[in-house]
Design a protein around this ligand. Structure first.
Ligand code: NAD
Length: 245
């Protein structure tokens, strides 16, 4: 492992354009469970609650789960060492951007500036009628579903539900950076969610070196990945930071 860390640090130091691609795994050590796997949320909840069509038909029912998962539970999470190392790399000019599938805002809270939110952000809510955007801190979650103060319409969390498209700017920026980068660091993603998983694949096709940080093998491992640093995100990224600075 030590020689892999040294080799990876050298690749990052010599890179002209590095991006990170993160999934639910980077936030696991902040106490946010992933959707998939043994302790995943889909073992407890039916994914239907985040289906757009179902939401439109049953907003009140969906909101009970949405509040429990995203506003009672995610709300208490704080950035961990892995989020902080990525922010440090950006501040030091060693990382250009973070493309994240996560909706928990933890990269921004850790200090990352250039974050492309492929699936949106749970800290914002949006009125689907007038488009007004609300910060989650303004919302009284005791009274759900929350409603727009302009037109009374039910607010929807500003992360994408099943059946919704990827936010255009995040999609375009992510793929533009995937085409430019010479190194892509994947942290904590199964690679099962499309089209997000095409981002590291596009980087690979353009000749980038792909570094994967994950305690498990994934759909990227062996196919897309050049170096697999097998371990927890906090542990591996702290080792890399120690090697780089
Ligand atoms: P996933 O849930 O499919 O997979 C999580 C991956 O993280 C697995 O490969 C697992 O081995 C790895 N992992 C677990 N612990 C880890 C650790 N300590 N360090 C590094 N890796 C670790 O995640 P996904 O592929 O990102 O897809 C799920 C989708 O669900 C995402 O698109 C995302 O939008 C959403 N989601 C987001 C959050 C969040 O915002 N934190 C949480 C759950 C799900």
């Amino acid at each position: 492992m030590d020689s892999q860390i040294k080799e990876t640090a050298k690749i990052i130091r010599e890179s002209k354009f590095t991006i990170a691609f993160t999934g639910a795994g980077i936030s696991v050590e902040s106490g946010v469970p992933p959707f998939r796997g043994e302790h995943g949320l889909w073992n407890k909840y039916n994914p239907e609650i985040l289906d757009l069509g179902y939401y439109h038909e049953n907003p009140e029912k969906c909101w009970l789960f949405i509040r429990e998962i995203f506003y009672d539970f995610f709300a208490n999470a704080h950035p961990n060492k892995a989020h902080k190392v990525l922010a440090h790399l950006e501040q030091s000019g060693l990382l250009h951007s973070v493309v994240t599938q996560n909706i928990d805002n933890l990269h921004q809270e850790a200090g990352s500036k250039n974050v492309y939110e492929f699936h949106g952000n749970s800290k914002r809510l949006k009125c689907l009628k007038c488009g007004k955007v609300f910060d989650a801190s303004e919302i009284d979650f005791e009274h759900i579903p929350p409603r727009c103060d302009e037109d009374g319409e039910i607010l929807k969390p500003d992360f994408i539900f099943f059946g919704e498209g990827i936010p255009t700017a995040a999609f375009e920026n992510a793929f533009a950076d995937a085409e430019k980068c010479d190194v892509c660091i994947i942290v904590g993603s199964t690679g099962e969610v499309t089209p997000a998983s095409f981002v590291p694949r596009a980087a690979k096709q353009n000749g980038a070196t792909i570094i994967e940080i994950n305690p498990e093998k994934t759909l990227f491992t062996g196919q897309v990945t050049d170096i697999h640093l097998m371990g927890k995100a906090t542990v591996i990224l702290e080792k890399l930071e120690n090697q780089l600075f």
